[in-house]
Design a protein around this ligand. Structure first.
Ligand code: AMP
Ligand code: MG
Length: 340
């Protein structure tokens, strides 16, 4: 297993690690959607990559919560507005999956994110502050009537931070395919979308799953193609105060960082919106509810879950395609334990 791991790591890129591309791949890395994005495609010319980057910026201009020129910013700033078909599609799907996950995924937690401001002011919110804001974070505050979307209160802030990157990553793969690329991989900070294979010797791509306890390392990899792998973890965006970690994924029930026992989760789906939204939702739900949710088969996805106490769980459909490194560290003294 060790040799395999070394070979894999040597061949890998960074972040969620993606394996073994040959020299005929062209890549472009840029910053958009609040993260570093890398687009790689085999035999791609510079124009294709440039256009894919422009396409990404187009989606950012629709879904960004912070960009003052974006469509979502305009909707959040007004209490009622007519929205584009693309924004409407995202709103409808986000609100539907919110209901279907019993609000573990909640696209109206923008004001709670702002209160904690995990990457800025790093504020440990008090119970009083949370109680004041939480009533405005209910998806029920938003009404859809045709293309018109309205919020009952200006304090409600719609946020697609948990689903727009996975959705866009897959859209960019589709764009690359439509423009002639057969083999491609895009990495949107925590969301990797792939098509074809990384080289002719592989049946797809190897997407590494980061070790949330030792983030320069991976615990194994998933072999897949025509899929998006989305990761949610407490190590991605967080701050520490008085020895406690406060991360960026919130539980609607408490208005505080979710404390479900999951340290990180990778969700794999042929739909990038689903993989991204569910990685966040299942992170909030915890292992037991997540596996129960999976068994209902309402959505087509698979998952690899790592718990805070060092266990690794997988859903049934990924067992054959997930390769676990049995020397993946949990802490200095012990290894992660793979639960079969
Ligand atoms: P992800 O890294 O995909 O899990 O998304 C995390 C981001 O989604 C956060 O930075 C917030 O912008 C937003 N968010 C936080 N908690 C939730 C939640 N429970 N449901 C939906 N979005 C959330
Ligand atoms: Mg997500």
């Amino acid at each position: 297993m060790k040799l395999k791991k070394i070979l894999f790591l040597t061949a890998a890129l960074s972040f969620i690690l993606v394996s073994c591309k040959k020299d005929d791949y062209a890549s472009d890395t840029f910053f958009a959607m609040d993260t570093f994005i890398t687009i790689s495609a085999q035999d791609a010319d510079e124009n294709l990559l440039k256009n894919a980057a422009k396409e990404t910026e187009k989606y950012e201009q629709i879904f960004s919560r912070k960009d003052k020129d974006s469509q979502l910013y305009a909707l959040n700033a007004s209490n009622s507005s007519a929205v584009s078909d693309e924004l409407l599609y995202m709103i409808k799907n986000a609100f539907e999956i919110s209901e279907n996950t019993n609000y573990a995924f909640n696209p109206c937690l923008g004001a709670i994110s702002d209160l904690w401001d995990v990457t800025g002011a790093k504020h440990v919110a008090t119970d009083e502050e949370i109680a004041e804001i939480l009533p405005f974070c209910s998806p029920g505050e938003v009404k859809i009537d045709g293309n018109a979307v309205s919020k009952s209160d200006s304090k409600t802030v719609i946020d697609f931070g948990a689903c727009a990157k996975g959705y866009t990553a897959q859209k960019i793969i589709e764009y690359l395919k439509e423009n002639g690329a057969k083999n491609a991989c895009v990495n949107f900070g925590g969301n990797v979308s792939v098509c074809g294979n990384s080289n002719e010797k592989e049946n797809g791509w190897k997407v590494g799953v980061k070790n949330p306890f030792l983030t320069d390392d991976i615990i194994g990899y998933i072999v897949c193609t025509d899929k998006t792998v989305s990761v949610s973890g407490d190590y991605e965006r967080f701050f520490e105060s008085e020895g406690k970690i406060y991360h960026h994924i919130f539980d609607s029930a408490t208005g505080k960082p979710a404390d479900s026992g999951i340290k990180s989760i990778a969700v794999i789906s042929s739909d990038g919106f689903i993989s991204d939204a569910l990685s966040t939702a299942l992170f909030v739900m915890g292992v037991e509810k997540s596996l129960d949710f999976y068994s209902r088969r309402q959505y087509d996805f698979e998952a690899v879950i790592i718990t805070c106490d060092g266990k690794v769980f997988t859903t049934d459909g990924i067992k054959e395609d997930f390769f676990f490194f049995d020397d993946a560290y949990f802490d200095g003294a012990s290894y992660l334990k793979f639960e079969q």
